[in-house]
Ligand binder design. Structure first.
Ligand SMILES: [Zn+2]
Ligand SMILES: [Zn+2]
Length: 235
């Protein structure tokens, strides 16, 4: 079956995420757009994933917990997990390797932790948008170890991507899929960087509700199931 996806969405917990990126708003927008699966991928945390998953319980939308980890090399890696337990184990590691810098909401924006009714439970005080001390290969290794998948994010962007910062993707890192923001650039990147050995996905990296993908990008899967989707992305 064809599965419409958007596997890179930020909530209001990311300081750069709009305040309207609440669990209910995100789920309702994804349902409205006809998506089958989304992943919640805030910077270096999955604290709003549980609320989003709960919001989707009464719908046909599958919500996968994840996070966009920033490696020591300032490369963004989207990590997606089949369940909350796995994502929380990853978060524990990421948190342990995240510098203790207090967020300045006046500069970076609020980091709102929310419940399934969109109430703000607390504000995350540690700044989330900064590099961890985990190397790219370590991020990939951890995600895999916890049963998830790691996907180099927006590799066509001129900053915070594996290609922009390192210039290459080493096969030993174990990536099978890469994320491209602008699919029209994908062919040129294939030629330049020899990226044709990877599957390519396109996700929105939405920080605002209207950025969430239309029903335009599909994965071919036998069924709509978290493990099945993780397997496809990691094969
Ligand atoms: Zn990013
Ligand atoms: Zn992002």
């Amino acid at each position: 079956m064809k599965i419409a996806y958007d596997l890179h969405i930020h909530t209001a917990l990311s300081p750069c995420g709009d305040d309207d990126m609440t669990p209910n708003n995100i789920v309702n927008m994804a349902v409205l757009k006809g998506l089958d699966v989304i992943a919640i991928t805030d910077h270096n945390t999955c604290r709003n994933a549980a609320a989003c998953i709960k919001c989707a319980e009464s719908t046909d939308l599958l919500v996968l917990p994840g996070m966009e980890v920033e490696s020591a090399e300032e490369c963004h890696i989207v990590c997606i997990f089949p369940n909350l337990d796995a994502a929380l184990k990853m978060e524990e590691q990421v948190k342990a390797h995240l510098p203790k810098i207090k967020n300045r909401p006046d500069i970076f924006g609020h980091q709102a932790v929310m419940d399934e009714d969109d109430n703000i439970v607390e504000y995350e005080e540690n700044l989330l948008v900064t590099a961890t001390t985990l190397s790219v290969d370590k991020v990939a290794e951890l995600a895999l170890a916890f049963g998830g998948v790691a996907i180099p994010a927006h590799i066509d962007k001129s900053a915070y991507s594996v290609i922009s910062n390192l210039g290459f993707i080493d096969d030993s890192w174990g990536f099978k899929t890469v994320e491209v923001k602008d699919l029209s650039k994908a062919d040129a990147m294939y030629d330049d960087k020899g990226l044709d050995r990877f599957a390519i996905i396109h996700s929105s990296d939405a920080h605002y509700l209207w950025d969430i993908s239309e029903k335009e990008h599909f994965l071919e899967a036998e069924k709509l199931n978290a493990e099945v989707i993780i397997n496809i992305l990691g094969q």
